[in-house]
Design a binder for this molecule. Sequence first.
Ligand code: GTP
Ligand code: MG
Length: 467
Amino acid sequence: MFESLTQSLSKAFRAITKNDRLTEANVEEGLRLVRQALLEADVNFSVARQLCQTVRDRSIGEKVLESVTPAQQFIGIFNQELTKLLGAQTATLGFASNPPTVWLMAGLQGSGKTTTCAKLAMWARKQGKKPLLAALDIQRPAAIEQLITLGKQLEIPVYHETGGRPSGIGERAVKEAEKKFYDVVILDTAGRLHVDEALMLEVAEVQARTKPHAVILVVDAMTGQDAVNSAKAFDSRLAITGTILTKLDGDSRGGAALSIVHVTNKPILFVGLGEKPADLEPFHPDRMASRILGMGDVVSLVEQAQKAFTEDEVEETAERFMSGKFDLNDLYQNLQRMKKMGPMKKVLGMLPGIGQMSEVMDNVDESKMGRTEAVYLSMTAWERRNPDSIDLSRKQRIARGSGNSLSQVNELLKGFDQMRKQMKQLSKVMQMSPKERNRFMKEAQRGAVQQQRGLSGGGGGRGGFSR
Ligand SMILES: Nc1nc2c(ncn2[C@@H]2O[C@H](COP(=O)(O)OP(=O)(O)OP(=O)(O)O)[C@@H](O)[C@H]2O)c(=O)[nH]1
Ligand SMILES: [Mg+2]
């Protein structure tokens, strides 16, 4: 997401980092590069200009000039302004106190309305609500079928009719929801190629008859400024509640995301990050700004980890690890939890700075995790509990069973052994009294220094440590 923008922005920041003071000249130079990066990312021209203007006004102040770390100050200011631009606060879709809540979806053809209806239904269900989907797209013959299929997949009912006008279908869908006590009805409407009058009237009529609590505009982020312009047109006609940006997974430029809030003055509610119904995330302006600036998205990462690991699991595993009493079953379970967090690349991409390190990202080998998993799976539970007892013939069988070489199996077992030794040592240190720990650390440090001297070949007594 936004890789190219992030890369060119970090180039701009490097230009400022080179200097040890923020001066008018280097702020100007940095901002020139920032503006260029924004325009290349297809950010709306006036948005880019205004953002740079605000950052300049705030940066070239006396306080900042006296700063010890001017580059950090600049990036900090930029981060705050970017967050403001993206919406300052996290907006969310609420539910009406008197159900059913009605959400009307609108947007251009192929923007992802139908897919997003299913995603939202799933999200609503996660909030403990009972959702109903409704097919109001009678323009495209396969549209109703598409929604029915998605509904079946998620076991969420779909209200549909053959024939009829979209507004009438919508009205009857809401009645059905009232009768059967659904909490929320999501109305999927027909797309349009451009902002075209006939279809716009159609949605406006649905809006008038169903009185939705929210009109949600679905926008394809990959279409950049076109998306932003059409959003403006939709908003002036339908007074939208907010937008959902889809296909952010494929958007390396970020122009739509950075301009749409400013241009429509409506919040981004969610972002779509893939084709599957689970690929929907609430939009957090601050986290997105940090991600764009290459500062990572640690908060999202922690949240994802919390979803994958329960607190008890974490505590129990930590205890076992710290006591050195863990075995390969623990490592195998850990691997399973890591997998729950998503693909390694996505997880690493959220870490500050890592996402921009192409040498790291290019070397991420998802298949290695799969190979390791295959080794674990080829062992019996008893073998995983007693790795020391695995003899050569068993190793050979495990290698064959997992499609790995014998040396790969050996490597895994050796790694485990080392890890166990290190954890044992660490747990010893943790159990020491502060005084003992201090002494231990000093000795370890001395050992490391001596080792370093030995390695560098210095060996003499002229080091600076005695003074
Ligand atoms: N990669 C990716 N693909 C998406 C996302 N959202 C939707 N799509 C894909 O975009 C295509 C169009 O999605 P639809 O949901 O059918 O779009 P629509 O707005 O309902 O289209 P019409 O009904 O024809 O107007 C499909 O192939 C979806 O799988 C997303 O967040 N990421
Ligand atoms: Mg559709």
